[in-house]
Design a protein. Structure first.
Length: 179
């Protein structure tokens, strides 16, 4: 079970034109917005990655607008765990449960998720908050992730698991988000 005290979100490369041409990009962007806003309501930290922003562009505004106060970590490796700034940032949170969301499922999401698992973290990929340019590549990525022993979750599953109870201000704010 995810806990608020142990969970961290790693947001992978939701950038430029690529973010707009991935399979079902509108749903992806909407789900990422809900996930990020919900996690911020719950006080769950977020590490935000950008793959070679000089070439791919920066994180799209529809997502970046929810990340105020957080600076993206630039990377060039597909597996963010090959980036010392990233691994140090994850370590400094002290969190052991990591949610991974973003693009592309079969490349950076897959490699970063398996890299985090190899480092000893409990990793879950938010399956309705990841995508690839093609549905086939998204499905291949998710299958490879599952074959590596990494569980899938969804935006709603993760948020409800973190809330634990159906009462209070957090619950009311998140229910409003999800409607």
């Amino acid at each position: 079970m995810l806990s608020r005290e142990q969970t961290l979100l790693v947001l992978v490369d939701v950038q430029g034109k690529l973010a707009r041409i991935v399979h079902d990009s509108e749903t992806l962007i909407e789900n990422l917005g809900k996930l990020i806003q919900g996690l911020r309501i719950l006080g769950v930290p977020i590490i935000w990655l950008e793959q070679y922003p000089e070439g791919l562009g920066s994180t799209i505004e529809e997502v970046a607008q929810y990340l105020s106060g957080i600076k993206p970590i630039r990377k060039i490796s597909f597996n963010a765990c090959d980036n010392e700034t990233f691994t140090q940032a994850v370590k400094e949170t002290g969190r052991q449960q990591i949610l991974v969301a973003g693009i592309e499922t079969h490349i950076c999401v897959y490699q970063t998720s398996t890299g985090l698992k190899e480092l000893g973290y409990e990793v879950q990929v938010v399956a309705d908050a990841v995508s690839s340019r093609t549905l086939a590549n998204k499905e291949i990525g998710l299958e490879k992730i599952k074959s590596a022993g990494i569980a899938w979750t969804s935006v709603e599953t993760a948020l409800f698991e973190l809330m634990k109870i159906a009462e209070g201000d957090h619950f009311k704010q998140i229910i409003k988000l999800l409607k």
